[in-house]
Write a protein that binds this ligand. Structure first.
Ligand code: IMP
Ligand code: MG
Length: 179
């Protein structure tokens, strides 16, 4: 049986979200001009929970959209190629965009999404992730808002899955698979 060990409790996650939301709200309060709003893009499925929690803590006006990208198979290693399974539904052109992801690993997913968004000439694009694993980075992508850096563990819960399981766990756990 795979072994689960609590890594971040729901309370610790909430505190990280509070810190991120305070910073983001403050930055965009000065960046957004009158009548402008933020366009938040949440990456499915993993960031659904983080995205839902974070946007409810933001104090700037915003619109929400979702994108689904795939780079992982059913294992714990990235395949290195990114595909779009579900695209955003409105054009990012001329908007201030904030992308929310739950974890950055190789960086390929966010790099792919960033390049794609930049091609349609938004006013600005920033990236935000709850967690990042700097030791796993394969491409140089700048993430503007980071909840917390973590070591190279495979994590599940709070949206993070292994073969689609464990997304619904309230806490984030380290998953140890049988050898
Ligand atoms: P990247 O393209 O390698 O940066 O991968 C990013 C995506 O891989 C994340 O948005 C997650 O969906 C998934 N991922 C990366 N690390 C983990 C992990 O530890 N557990 C579960 N999913 C992960
Ligand atoms: Mg993700």
């Amino acid at each position: 049986m795979p072994e689960l060990k609590v890594f971040l409790t729901a309370e610790q996650i909430d505190w990280l979200n509070e810190q991120l939301a305070a910073k983001i709200s403050k930055d965009y309060a000065s960046l957004l001009e009158r009548d402008e709003e933020l366009f938040v893009i949440v990456t499915l499925k993993g960031a659904a929970f983080f995205g839902a929690d974070l946007v409810r803590k933001l104090t700037v006006p915003l619109k929400l959209d979702f994108v689904r990208l795939a780079s992982y198979g059913s294992g714990t290693q990235s395949s290195g190629t990114v595909r779009i399974l579900k695209d955003i539904e409105t054009s990012p052109a001329g908007k201030h965009i904030l992308v929310l992801d739950e974890i950055v690993d190789s960086g390929r997913t966010l790099q792919f999404l960033l390049q794609r968004l930049q091609a349609s000439e938004p006013k600005s694009v920033r990236l935000c992730t709850l967690l990042t694993k700097p030791s796993r980075r394969e491409v140089d992508v700048h993430v503007d808002y980071i909840g917390r850096e973590v070591d190279d563990h495979f994590l599940v819960g709070y949206g993070l899955d292994h073969a689609e399981r464990y997304r619904n766990l309230k806490d984030i756990h380290v998953l140890r698979l049988d050898e």
